[in-house]
Design a protein around this ligand. Structure first.
Ligand SMILES: [Cu+2]
Length: 429
């Protein structure tokens, strides 16, 4: 454990960079081709692994202190945008939710400094990481809570490789509902060993839910089931970054679930293997092929596949309400009902009244006259694809597989080779 004296020395030497913590990695620090932090790329190159990309997020920079990899997380209130048109005061780390991804390798010793700038005590639990009991971060059980204004250090040697997470273990219900969580990815010491083939692209996506009620600006931590927003790395579609891959590449998607629901995650166009969990990478004999796999509450799952099918492929949660935004729940069901004139009459008495439309909800996907700070329930104007509204919000993104990609730049929509797209046979005009 780092001594108080040593900590004071570190702070004195400016090595904690308390005042200079980057809110987001400066573009200059990012590799122009991969979009990954130069430091993470250098580490991956030195150790022979592919660094993790956190779509819409970033990795946490580190410094080396006497051979220890040192990170600094600052728990704080942040201003977060779920998608253009919807912002909220959330809680996170170093300016973001999820907090930046911690990345290290098996066998390394890490020291993680945690500063509390929240209005209440916190702690950090390293979810799934094997460590000494006193480093487990459970307030009251293994340590006193970290009070506002305090900085604590966690220090341990990494004994495993796999996909893990971090989150508070103090007033969890509130702090996790407000967005406090992040990834802790540990790469294998020997990437050529049992770990299986090296992946060419490694993505990490955190699944979460938010009770940001229409017209409000702070998540409501009291909600247990009926959430308004369902997010990938705290973004809803169309603000979720696309996942890019070139044909022939091996892709891993690491999924973490710190929400209050299970999420059956579904990938189009590819069969993936489930290759790992919080229990680290699975032996090859346990890998299994799937196109949909549930990521349970508190779990992590690693999906791997060869991107062998060019196109724009949906990747989403299969709970249909989890690909919608607020206002899509609990409204009157008028499917098949001729309600001409009725809605207007009811609205004269109840201004907020809204019924499901006789032909379904698709008509309402672009509805923009809802309460302030509230996204259209099904994507809206930003969710336009090349053939019309995609009609999705929430936990939805697009895997873009191309024969050639220009670095990290979105290649635009897929152009289907002649004769390979569904076509109209009859009807309409
Ligand atoms: Cu879901």
């Amino acid at each position: 454990m780092i001594s108080r004296r040593k900590l004071i020395q570190l702070i004195g030497a400016g090595s904690l960079a308390g005042a200079a913590l980057p809110a987001a990695a400066a573009d200059a620090d990012l590799d122009p081709v991969s979009g990954l932090a130069a430091q993470a790329l250098a580490e991956g190159g030195r150790r022979g692994y592919t660094p993790v990309a956190t779509p819409n997020g970033r990795s946490l920079p580190f410094t080396l202190q006497d051979g220890v990899k040192q990170f600094h997380l600052v728990a704080e209130e942040i201003e977060h945008e779920f998608a253009p048109g919807c912002r909220a005061k959330c809680w996170g780390y170093n300016g973001s939710t999820p907090g930046p991804t911690i990345e290290a390798a098996e066998g390394e010793r890490v020291r993680i400094l945690v500063s509390n700038k929240l209005p209440e005590p916190t702690s950090i639990h390293w979810h799934g990481v094997l460590l000494p009991n006193g480093m487990d971060g459970v307030a009251g059980l293994t340590q006193s809570a970290i009070l506002p204004g305090e900085t604590w250090a966690y220090e341990f040697t990494l004994r495993q490789a796999g996909s893990h997470m971090y989150h508070p273990h103090a007033d969890e219900m509130v702090q996790m509902a407000m967005g406090m969580m992040g990834f802790f990815i540990i790469h294998p010491k020997d990437p050529s060993g049992d770990a299986g083939p090296r992946v060419d692209r490694d993505y990490a996506i955190m699944l979460h839910n938010w009770a940001l009620h229409p017209g409000t600006y702070r998540p409501d931590p009291s909600i247990m089931q009926d959430f308004d927003l369902w997010t990938f790395n705290s973004k809803v579609y169309p603000a979720t970054a696309p996942l890019l891959a070139q044909t022939g590449e091996r892709v891993r998607i690491r999924l973490g679930n710190l929400s209050m629901w299970n999420h059956p995650m579904h990938l189009h166009g590819h069969r993936f293997w489930v290759t790992g969990s919080d229990g680290d990478r699975w032996p090859r004999s346990s890998w299994r092929p799937e196109v949909t796999h549930i990521v349970g509450v508190g779990q992590m799952r690693d999906f791997e596949f060869i991107a062998d099918n060019p196109g724009d492929w949906a990747f989403h949660c299969h709970m249909s309400h989890h690909t919608m935004n607020a206002m899509g729940h609990g409204i009157a069901n008028a499917l098949g009902v001729d309600q001409s004139g009725v809605e207007d009459k009811i609205r004269a008495m109840l201004p907020d009244y809204m019924a499901m439309q006789p032909g379904g909800m698709a008509d309402m996907s672009g509805m923009m006259d809802g309460p302030a700070n509230t996204l259209p329930m099904a994507g809206g104007p930003g969710a336009q694809g090349p053939y019309g509204s995609i009609g999705m919000g929430g936990m939805f993104t697009v895997l873009k597989v191309r024969e050639a990609l220009q670095g990290r730049h979105d290649p635009g929509w897929y152009r289907h080779p002649k004769g390979s797209r569904a076509y109209k046979v009859s009807g309409g005009s």
